[in-house]
Design a protein around this ligand. Sequence first.
Ligand SMILES: Cc1cc2nc3c(=O)[nH]c(=O)nc-3n(C[C@H](O)[C@H](O)[C@H](O)COP(=O)(O)OP(=O)(O)OC[C@H]3O[C@@H](n4cnc5c(N)ncnc54)[C@H](O)[C@@H]3O)c2cc1C
Length: 411
Amino acid sequence: MKNIVILGGGIIGLCSGYYLSEAGHKVTIIDKGDLSEGCSYGNAGMIVPSHIIPLAQPGMISKGIKWMFDSKSPFYVEPRLNWELISWGLKFYKYANDKHVTRSMPALRDLSLLSKNLYKDLSSKLDTFYYQEKGLLMLFKTEKVGEEEYHAGKEALNLGLEVDFLEQNDIPNLETGVATSAIGAVHYKSDAHLYPQKFMSFLKEEFLKNGGQISDKTEIENVYFKKNRIQSIQTNKGLFEADDFVLAAGSWSPELARLFNTKLSILPGKGYSFTLKNQGVKPEIPSILCEGKVAVTPMANDLRFGGTMEITHTGNTKINKNRVQGIVNTINEFYPNLNIGLPKESETWYGFRPCTPSGMPIIDKSDTYDNLILATGHAMMGLSLAPATGKLVQELVDSEKLSVDTNLFKI
Ligand SMILES: Cc1cc2nc3c(=O)[nH]c(=O)nc-3n(C[C@H](O)[C@H](O)[C@H](O)COP(=O)(O)OP(=O)(O)OC[C@H]3O[C@@H](n4cnc5c(N)ncnc54)[C@H](O)[C@@H]3O)c2cc1C
């Protein structure tokens, strides 16, 4: 049994804590917040083996440049004269090619399928988080986007995922909850969804039941090293010693990594969501409204919409109404009968997706310190990939054979 300290109590930190405590370790999670909000709570709750194409892909840069001049567009890079942004952008440019996509797809598929199986296991233990396997519909309104989606669907089919290609007339047979003006869809049958807040509560309870400890509102003040090991961490709540440390601080990982003399290229991709409570008329199946990149997820009696990706900094905490209006416009274009209005600012949630320039997560042992593991950079797939990441962190700590190849998940 080892003593482990995890830095960051989002879904990645909590899943790591859960699998480490299941394996019999004594685990403490340290978080500067109170583990009640943030990126792991208001997201769209989609478990997406379908998402095998990383964000760094051909065509993304030209699309991004076009979208930058539209204040309601789904993607935006906040221009700043900042070396981290320039360096991230140059790396993104280097990765946005076919070779990177071809290499990444099987690795993402394997990680995702492992995660989905672990979600299945967790839900059979106690499903308090509304886990459902209804797949994901990629709905589109234009021929051009339809072609792109069919192409992505065929790639997924070739990699062994279950995919259906739907014409306009087929959609109402599957989506019986609400009418849509989409002209076609790709249905990824392998995808699933859940209610993120409920899953986070479930995880916390299971972790605490296993003897795990949570130290919230805890700020790190200093780190002590002995040769090539981290010995302890000084915080406002005292000194934490451990055999191993796990860095899982999402978009804040680079600033924490600096304390461990480690450079991480991760920028926050800010996104928004809002949730309609007790929504009577709502889609039955989670969907992505492709032209506007809006995610739509039915969650128990509620309905959540999420979207936009603004590459920015963690100090950017304002709600940008134009971007939220962009989400609302897309919803009303796809679902003519829903009549969704702009949510109040107090009802609009935002979160920072931790984005690496390769579009691949980092699940790796540190090169610098023997007892540091990095688990971060999951961008738009952190919920989907969290159980698999937690399991791999446990396997790295215990020097066990890894459940999937992690060669592409290195810094
Ligand atoms: C609109 C939107 C929709 C999304 N939809 C989906 C989806 O459908 N499916 C999916 O898979 N993913 C989705 N995501 C992405 C997903 O939410 C993230 O990838 C995931 O939540 C990241 O988890 P994390 O644990 O790495 O980071 P976080 O949840 O951000 O957790 C990091 C934690 O570290 C803590 N921390 C920060 N600094 C310190 C410090 N100095 N000391 C201690 N603790 C610290 C923070 O307080 C925080 O609790 C979506 C994101 C957005 C914004």
